[in-house]
Write a protein that binds this ligand. Sequence first.
Ligand SMILES: [Fe+2]
Length: 460
Amino acid sequence: MSDRILVIEDEEIVRGLIVEVLEDAGFEVVAAERAEGGLEMLSRSPISLVVSDIVMPGLTGLDLLARVRATHPSLPVVLVTGAGTYGNLTQALANGASGIVVKPFSHADLVAAVRSALGRARAAENDLRDRIVTPTVAAALANAIEARDVATHGHCERLAELALRIAEELELSPDDCETVRLGAVLHDVGKIAIPDRILLKPGPLLPEERALIQTHPVVGDRLLEPLAPLEEVRAAVRHHHERWDGAGYPDRLEGEAIPRTARIISVADAIEAMSATRPYRGPLDPERIVAELETGRGTQWDPVPVDVALGLVHSGALAFPEGGLTLAAPPAAESNGAYSVLLVEDDADHAHLVAETIRRALDGAHVVHASHVAQAERLLADCSWSLAVLDHRLPDGNGLDLLRTVKSADPDVPVLVMTGEGSERLAVDAFRLGASDYVVKGENSMTELQARVRALLEAA
Ligand SMILES: [Fe+2]
């Protein structure tokens, strides 16, 4: 959006000239003949900067400056003055004018004064936001939300940590990451307006109570309205209950029409809620959380942040101990050269054993575990792998079919097949489909696995 400038000048020719120069410089310009009319316009529509003459009938430019300071303290005002009225200059600057242009002025002088005043105003606004307003307001509001309901203590903080991590994994810009973090902290701020008897009601809600609770995203959006620097955050707050399939609220937005920040917060919010203890239930099992995410992927939630979250679960970075979710720090830059191994195995205990063996064999390799063919296929589409270790029998498919998928995603990746039944036939089939090696699950299989994994990657 271009900056909108209000020009106040009583002389028609000069007014026309100023408007023309600023429009040529790319600004949107509105004009008034008198200060009174200018103040009226200011109260009606958003203005980024005022350019005003000083000597005018009625209110002077200096009177105008004083009034603008009182009503719009951060709005920059550039004054235009005739030569010989330097007495005005000192007073104007003392009263907070952002720039002075002396008549007769060149086009370049005027545009430079306007640009510089806008730049300083923006820098001051950002500074204020970064240092004082945003952290203070966000922290105060977050405390206010949590103070209402002890059961959700720590919810905002854990949710914000997870949402930020997803945003970072998706390589959002630093500004967007900050919007996600603040949006996560403030997402339920509108619940301040919901009465305790409904917000804290232990039993099921009546339809009218549910409808009232569902006003909280819009109330939150309105609560944050006076905080101009939080404009992007407001969108995240307003839309955190929209659904990817368009069946959410308040605006029934669908798919990518939902702000990306809100889509990320929505996934993180659900994961945090499922993994937290509530007075009426304990945390859900990690398997159940994964299953819920898989079910809602592409209907309730944007598949992209869901896959990031599933990747974090499978890699062990996101865990669900009692007391709420925990996030391990992202892998350090220097470990990027380490091997990444995709392990597909449905038996959780065996998977744990194999993952440990691989990590030992490959000196801290990054092992990502999938328990289903569907998960493995997504991981294959999203990342490249140094090695794939596949179980033969999987709940939703066959290890040999998955082997085909692995080889079509990357023909060069070595694949090791594991099976409980060491039939020759299976070994032949696996080799024919491009497997590099084969381990039979059994007494010494971990020692064998360790040696073979090492040999495979040395050969690769
Ligand atoms: Fe909410």
